[in-house]
Design a protein around this ligand. Structure first.
Ligand code: ZN
Length: 480
């Protein structure tokens, strides 16, 4: 299996349009395959099945990015957004185009969604190509408000020039191709166009996401509402190669060459979860669980140094972009036997999101942890501790806390220490944040004082060995 396969969309429906025959909407029925008569194939793709984080992690490797090359902007206030993009080393023109597109999406979203309660924008990227200086990147924006919408743009470039998707197609072919795509979309969706509404000029919007399969097939994705009604979603067309411009041929050749050169590399070697034998038996020991949220951050290595030196364990509830951009820290946590937890992708308040948005937040973070360590997170800590009966658990237990150091508020090592130690009791789950220097500074003293009181510092899964999906835990069974 090629290592760098493009995003594999969930195919909701697939039908091949023939010049003569109509469209078979039954996906179980094999599509007639007469290459001579085949003009365009069209399918609906569910882009929300493309997990942004796992794809970005693969993509960061493909583009050989360092954490410094990854940019993320987020707002936790309304309207909420998380916009992420890469600076592609050595490709300044392409990087500029990427940034411009992301900023354009963010600006139009913030302007149109100002004050909207339910609004959420997630803009992310994936790399499709990096071969001999030719790079391909797909940018995707998903907005949720009253309705949800998805739009994607594929950009390409070499070190000298950026190219848009449109540049990959023969300019003289584009008008006819747009017409064929419109007709194919109408057959596929069985929608009849409103004769009163003239078709929009397709020159830009129809050709903004041109990409290639591993086999070199040319695919064009069109955003909802462009060639069919919004409810039809994203449509993907497979078009004949003869419409490629010389530049398009060059990019396609790079895709094929990249596919040939792909050697399978071992996937992230699984770091085995601590075996039952190595667990502390908290029925016997006086256990307490320190937990750290919102990282990894700049002080996390120092916190891990302290835990390692003092032979203490803890649990880290991480955010997606932070974990993704600092894989070595996450792997070190795993190697040290820490619990790895899921604090969502972008720290939204779950009770303000739709169930699908919560699922996406939880799953996308979990996929990063899985990819980096081979392990699924042991549980989910909902941001702000906010969840209710309708919050999807995605197979995870909810891990809350019963001792709050308020370290994020006091930012004071002495106060944080006092609150941790005074709140301590057998079975306690203690809330801290590994993004504050005062917390890192407080930790050695906290551990020393707890140990002097006979505590063993353990992970949450040591404290509560039988965590069950969908249940909420505030402390160990012996606590509270
Ligand atoms: Zn948090």
């Amino acid at each position: 299996m090629p290592l760098r396969r493009p995003i594999r969309p969930l195919i909701l429906a697939l039908c091949t349009l023939l010049a003569v025959a109509g469209c078979s909407a039954d996906p179980a029925q094999p599509a007639p395959s007469s290459a001579a008569t085949q003009e365009l194939a069209v399918q609906a793709v569910n882009t929300s099945a493309e997990s942004s984080d796992a794809e970005s992690a693969r993509s960061a490797e493909l583009l050989r990015l360092t954490p410094a090359d990854l940019h993320a902007e987020s707002s936790w206030d309304l309207p909420r957004y998380l916009v992420q993009w890469p600076a592609v080393p050595g490709h300044d023109g392409l990087t500029r185009k990427i940034r411009e597109q992301m900023e354009a999406w963010k600006k139009s979203y913030v302007t149109s969604m100002r004050g909207a309660e339910r609004a959420n924008l997630s803009a992310y990227w994936s790399a499709t190509l990096n071969h001999e200086g030719i790079v391909g990147v797909r940018l995707t924006a998903e907005t949720t408000a009253a309705d949800s919408a998805t739009e994607s743009v594929a950009l390409y470039g070499d070190p000298a020039n950026p190219w848009t998707s449109k540049d990959l197609l023969r300019s003289e072919d584009r008008p006819a191709l747009a017409t064929m795509m419109r007709e194919a979309a109408q057959k596929f969706t069985r929608e009849t166009p409103d004769p009163d509404i003239p078709p929009a000029d397709p020159s830009d919007q129809v050709f903004q996401d041109v990409s290639f399969t591993d086999a070199g097939q040319v695919q064009i994705r069109v955003r909802p509402g462009e060639l069919a009604s919004m409810s039809q979603g994203v449509l993907q067309f497979t078009v004949p190669e003869k419409h490629l411009s010389p530049l398009g041929e060059k990019v396609r050749a790079a895709v094929l060459a990249q596919g040939r050169e792909n050697h399978s590399t071992p996937s992230a070697s699984a770091t085995p979860a601590p075996s039952a034998a190595s667990r502390t038996n908290c029925a016997v020991a006086k256990c307490i669980a320190l937990t750290f949220d919102d990282g990894p951050g700049p002080y996390t290595p120092q916190i891990l140094d302290t835990l390692e030196a003092k032979k203490a364990k803890a649990t880290f509830f991480m955010l997606g972009p932070a974990a993704q951009s600092q894989p070595d820290i996450v792997r070190r946590m795993a190697a040290l036997g820490m619990d790895l937890g899921d604090h969502s992708w972008s720290h939204p308040q779950f009770t303000l999101l739709s169930p699908n948005e919560v699922k996406r937040e939880v799953r996308s973070q979990a996929d990063v942890i899985q990819r980096l360590t081979g392990r699924r997170p042991m549980g989910v800590r909902p941001p702000y501790g906010a969840f209710d009966q309708s919050t999807p658990h995605e197979g995870f237990p909810f891990i809350l806390w019963d001792v709050d150091t308020e370290d994020w508020k006091n930012r004071d090592a002495a106060i944080t220490t006092r609150r941790a130690v005074e709140g301590a009791h057998r079975g306690a789950i203690v809330l801290m944040h590994d993004i504050h220097p005062s917390t890192a500074k407080a930790l050695p003293g906290i551990i020393d004082q707890l140990k002097s009181q006979g505590y063993t510092l353990v992970t949450v899964s040591d404290l509560i060995p039988q965590l069950s999906p969908g249940s909420a835990y505030y402390s160990g069974a012996t606590g509270k």
